[in-house]
Ligand binder design. Sequence first.
Ligand code: TNX
Length: 638
Amino acid sequence: MSSPSRTAPEPSDPTVPAAPTVPIAPSVPIAPGVPAAPGVPAAPGVPAAPGVPAAPGVPAAPGVPAAPGVPADEADPETAAPETAAPDALGPGGGAAVGRTAGELAAVAQRQAAALIAPPAPVRLGDVVPAPERVEPDTTADYLLPADAVIRVSADPAALAVGEQLAALLRPATGYPLPVTDTVGATPTGGIALQLTDDADLGAEGYRLAVTTGGVRIRARTATGLFHAVQTLRQLLPPAVESGTPVAERWVLPGGSILDRPRYPHRGAMLDVSRHFFPVADVLRLIDHLARYKLNRLHLHLTDDQGWRIAVDSWPRLAVVGGATEVGGGPGGHYTRADYRRIVAYAAARHVTVIPEVDLPGHTNAALVAYPELAPDHTAPPPYTGTEVGFSYVDPANERTYDFVADVLGELATLTPGQWLHIGGDEAFKVPADVYARFVERVQRIVAGLGKTVVGWHQIAPAAHVDGRILQWWGTSGDDPVTADAVRRGARLVLSPGNHAYLDMKYAPDTPIGHDWAGLIDVPRAYDWDPGDHLAGVPAEAVLGIEAPLWTESVTTRAEVEFMLFPRLPAIAELAWSPRSRHDWADFRQRLAGHGPRWTAAGIAYHRAPEVPWPAQPPVPVPRSAPSDRSTTPSAQN
Ligand code: TNX
């Protein structure tokens, strides 16, 4: 068995030490222990000198009033940016400096330095991404998490696991012990309560969250609902909560209540691990990203022309030979069965289901390299390290092909507790349409025989319906009569419109990696479509949800994956989770902006999309997972 070709730090699994994180603004007092100059607001995160108001947009130190006219919870993140927060210009051209005393200049300099590391305004209850269904702020009910807070959870193993996850999320940055107990009473007792209830309104994934001055109470019908609520709670704390080491911060949660339920049951992302192989640690970290934004499906594109990435005991050469390279000629790699099980278990613990894909009958050059008997001419092609598509296929006329399919899908089914097996089906250009349809129908029956539900790219539409089948639509026009007809015959859809949801498309012409065949996808474009009426002739009820695929012909490292995901993945997540009534670009861009510092703290090198009013970012280097030989690396843009 080969091992992953690259190594990288583990993701932020509560059970695994976090990847190195970057301390962010609140942990960086500009003059530790030195009170601000008289009349000068204190640095963010630094208690103001007695009798001195806190900086605008910065919560006042206990007992100190907030800056006049700036309620702590209403400051606009845009006005916290250094350009506007520090209007006093110094130096050449800075007319305001003329005629000032040295003391005044020092004060201005200190204010400017503070603004440079300014955190965003305090988090408001409505700042959550994806937007909750209903938010009712109560600015009189903020809750300051005390150092001795206890997490109280219903006595249920799955709920307790969520309580432990919450504690593990909060302990590093707060430094608080946060013990978890299995007693949750009906009346608030301080701390954070996670309670299972039989409130039918909440469905399988919904939750209620209430913040009062006495504590936080979360209610859900399921551990999954509690888990989603924990992700919301995490976002309600200051961005420094993402720090891997203790930070001096006031851990205030904004008061009020939230009712939240998902719009769609299927909310996913796909990672292509074939074109470039990504080690297990990268996949686990991706699962963390999904969970953060309440996405619940991880589709792994495990096989393609350039590499076969999953060990199959009955056909061992698939992974060992077929997985030995990748686009550009690198060493590739594959997941052992143990690796794959680890990914599945890590995902399950985060309420994410893995959907494995074996792409058939096309996109199979790597399989043919390993087993030439499956090729129409029984001849092994050379390993493929380019990026063309549509040239390869396993022979539909050969019975051995169906043994191969049954063995591979059979092993994958035993490794995959989730309900779905994805059979690909895209771009088999060299297989005649009728032969292709019969092949797909046979493979669909194999999947059904394994007790799983079949998923395929929308090219499988012409094949006969099989119970439960799901088409993943990746068109770009919104008009696809063949897919609409398959829906009339019973298929349901997951939408991945290439021109809105394809995360391998460039953001802008100068994006250093990615494609543009489906157009450029900036953040507004990722956000501005409605899955409910996207495809003509398809009723809203036929749409199970949406998925954002990341193809990796040009994406080679974890940092590059994250650069393409952030900030578009949260836009897709909001379309998948939030009710349409909450869809509002102007509001979304403001809420999204507040996540930049969180990503920085978590070591995510995101694309600072110009459409989003990001708060100032401290000039710290962002760690990269692996060295890249590219001259234009994404993180260079940040
Ligand atoms: C189309 S979308 C493909 C992939 C490529 C992708 C690049 C689909 C089902 N097939 O094979 O990687 O375009 O954007």
